[in-house]
Design a protein around this ligand. Structure first.
Ligand code: ADE
Length: 261
């Protein structure tokens, strides 16, 4: 899988590529990442990549021409490397895009990759978006100063899903939001010491009874989700992912039986 990133700030990606789990994913080649400095595709002494908006208004707009030149260079480079690979989508990070979620990350993690465009300033010339952008992705209803953090978020989430990247192969199966786990939030986790500031680890986790521990974790997960994201309980219910025991537990919970932070 290969991702190409068009950015004015390729140096922002270096710390991310050289630490932890991401480093393993990118060094092993599980995910290939190529950074493209947009300014290299701009003309003139000043290598201008933006200009004032027609019609007036604040801020600057990214020029269509360098963006298109860079995009075409990437497409050529990809075609030279993998002549038979179908055209990958061009993605723009923008607050008007679809909000990224687990299903989206999972689908990108099984793809051939994409060309990621990190916008800056007030955005890109709309004619470039209309001509070349296939998908717009947002991190949420807020405005970032550029798409780099969003690109890093997507790459991080995709990298950790690649086989062999996490130490414990099964650990991403247990992630919050994983539909294989019914899309519920993950339960809390505990490690040494057994007592910390007079707070003990829940005794069931020390019991060695795997079935009881699994039941307790399921209930914690249900209770946490009911408290923090009741919408996810509704989705799991609509998909038929809640058992009769789950429903019984939730009824008991809403009638004040269990409380969770
Ligand atoms: N660029 C600016 N704001 C953004 C957001 N919310 N998500 C993704 N990219 C962005």
């Amino acid at each position: 899988m290969r991702f190409d990133v068009i950015t004015l700030f390729p140096e922002l990606f270096a710390p991310f590529l050289s630490s932890g789990i991401n480093r393993r994913a990118f060094e092993s080649g599980a995910v290939e990442l190529k950074l493209w400095q947009l300014r290299d595709y701009a003309d003139g002494t000043y290598r201008r990549v933006d200009d004032r908006p027609f019609g007036g208004g604040p801020g600057m707009v990214m020029l269509a021409e360098p963006l298109e030149k860079c995009l075409l260079a990437i497409r050529e480079d990809r075609a030279a490397q993998s002549p038979n690979q179908p055209k990958v989508p061009t993605v723009l990070f923008s607050p008007i895009g679809q909000t990224l979620n687990h299903a989206g990350v999972e689908s990108w993690s099984q793809s051939d990759g994409a060309i990621l465009i990190c916008g800056r300033y007030e955005g890109l010339d709309q004619r470039f978006i209309d001509a070349h952008v296939d998908v717009q992705i947002s991190l949420g209803d807020f405005v970032l100063s550029g798409g780099e953090i969003a690109a890093i978020a997507l790459l991080d989430a995709v990298a950790r899903l690649q086989p062999g990247v996490l130490n414990d192969e099964g650990s991403h199966q247990m992630d919050s939001f994983n539909p294989a786990l019914d899309g519920l939030l993950d339960c809390g986790h505990y490690t040494r010491p057994e007592a910390w500031h007079d707070e003990r680890v829940p005794p069931i986790l020390m019991s060695g009874h795997h079935a009881d521990i699994a039941k307790w974790r399921r209930q914690q997960s249900l209770a946490l989700t009911q408290t923090h994201r009741p919408d996810l309980i509704e989705s799991a219910r609509a998909l038929g992912k809640l058992s009769a025991k789950d429903e019984h537990f939730l009824r008991h919970l809403t009638s004040g039986g269990t409380s969770l932070a």
